[in-house]
Design a protein around this ligand. Structure first.
Ligand code: ACO
Length: 376
């Protein structure tokens, strides 16, 4: 074997420029178009942040009003989308449901293959508007409940929760949800975003790139971790069971979901903001046991392994308290990350180079089929 410097998992490899967001593990910071994400979470709506990520600037009042009006006008699902979802078994994973429904939404778009910035921005906003209806429709059908149509008098977060649970949420809950959507919206060249960029780099369409990204997000090493965190909480049960559970997990070299990050090694910059939102929910829903379990597992695991929580750690329990099914958590990540994916698809398209790395071959040496006679 020759001395080839393999970058397994592309760890540490810088493959392109991006103007969408900056992750700085040294300062533990994340900025969208230059704005620290915690400032955006404290002051902006998810709609305004989506506008920022697609246009590079926050909207003024008129731009935001127009953006919100378009988003509200695109929320309802056409009958063919509902029929497609109904064809899937109730046991289908909600990520597969979202992936399938998004595929139908994008394939039904008359401009499916138009990759101009205008067409892609319009398609991105259409997906932003419709994914909440898909997620809510699926959770309700699994619970045997009637679908609820969107309400144009409610903002994105209030409407999402209203369509899912049938009640307009209290401000505390909608604000925590808005914060989670902003924090999940974008994170540079993560696995699902890179998947979207690879697909776009072949000059494929936005719909195909988003569907591929959903597949990449589903895995437990990526977005699927917020669901996996809740399974761990269910398994542990109460704070006094953390130590024996962790002893066993560490002895058996099990990964503790919701901890660790490829880029941040000293803590995920989004966690303090989401933890503060979780704290408001723990108080609002009067769930001190869950708060205690969260804190105990964190301090025990960080103390023993020096591996810090990532965003999925506080967001999983937050979505649980809001009343979402555990299986719905990763589709909520899709609803937010659609913004980052589509921003990157447009950036990739604007200055494209086919993404096609090399591999070092380590299979058998050259050999031949017995009896094969090459043509003369
Ligand atoms: N639990 C236990 N051990 C861990 C964890 C964890 N959550 N994370 C890292 N480690 C250990 C690994 O076992 C490995 O130990 P070793 O060197 O003794 O073999 C070492 O730390 C390095 O871990 P890698 O997995 O090689 O590091 P990498 O940078 O590839 O991993 C990853 C990052 C995949 C996120 C990892 O930390 C992990 O699997 N975490 C759990 C899944 C998770 O929470 N994913 C969400 C990611 S963030 C997001 O999508 C919002």
């Amino acid at each position: 074997m020759t001395d080839i410097d393999i970058k397994k998992g592309l760890a540490g490899v810088t493959v392109d420029y991006t103007a969408i967001s900056k992750v700085n593990p040294e300062t533990n910071s994340l900025m969208y178009s230059g704005y620290p994400v915690q400032e955006l979470a404290a002051t902006q709506s998810f709609e305004a942040v989506a506008y920022l990520l697609w246009h590079g600037e926050l909207p003024d009042a008129a731009q935001l009003a127009e953006f919100e009006a378009t988003e509200r006008a695109n929320r309802a699902l056409d009958p063919n989308i509902k029929q497609t979802i109904d064809l899937l078994p109730l046991e289908a994973h909600p990520m597969d449901v979202v992936r399938t429904a998004v595929s139908v939404v994008t394939a039904s778009d008359p401009a499916a293959f138009d990759s101009s910035p205008e067409a892609d921005t319009r398609k991105a906003l259409r997906l932003l508007a419709k994914i909440p209806a898909i997620v809510a429709y699926d959770q309700r059908r699994r619970r045997g409940q009637e679908a609820i149509e969107p309400r144009a008098d409610l903002d994105y977060s209030h409407n999402f929760l209203y369509m899912t649970f049938g009640e307009v949420p209290e401000a505390t809950v909608a604000e925590a949800f808005n914060v989670s959507m902003i924090l999940y919206a974008e994170h540079s060249f993560n696995a699902s975003t890179f998947t979207a960029r690879v697909i776009s780099s072949t000059m494929s369409d936005l719909g195909s790139a988003v569907v591929g990204a959903i597949g990449a997000l589903k895995g437990t090493l990526h977005g699927g971790a917020n669901e996996a965190v809740m399974h761990i909480f269910d398994e542990i049960g109460t704070a006094d069971n953390v130590v024996p559970w962790l002893d066993d997990a560490i002895a058996n070299k099990k990964k503790v979901m919701g901890f660790g990050h490829r880029v941040y090694k000293r803590g995920d910059s989004r966690v303090p903001t989401m933890k503060a939102a979780l704290d408001t929910l723990v108080e609002y829903y009067d769930a001190p046991q869950l708060g205690e379990l969260y804190d105990t597992l964190e301090s025990e695991f960080v103390g023993r392994k020096g591996i810090y929580p990532n965003l999925d750690y506080p967001s999983g329990p937050a979505y649980h308290l809001m009343g979402f099914d555990t299986l719905t958590f990763t589709p909520l990540f899709v609803a937010a990350r659609i913004v980052g994916w589509t921003a990157h698809i447009m950036e990739q398209t604007a200055s494209n180079a086919l993404i096609r790395p090399l591999a070092a071959y380590n299979g058998p040496d050259e050999r031949h089929i017995e009896g094969y006679v090459p043509p003369a």
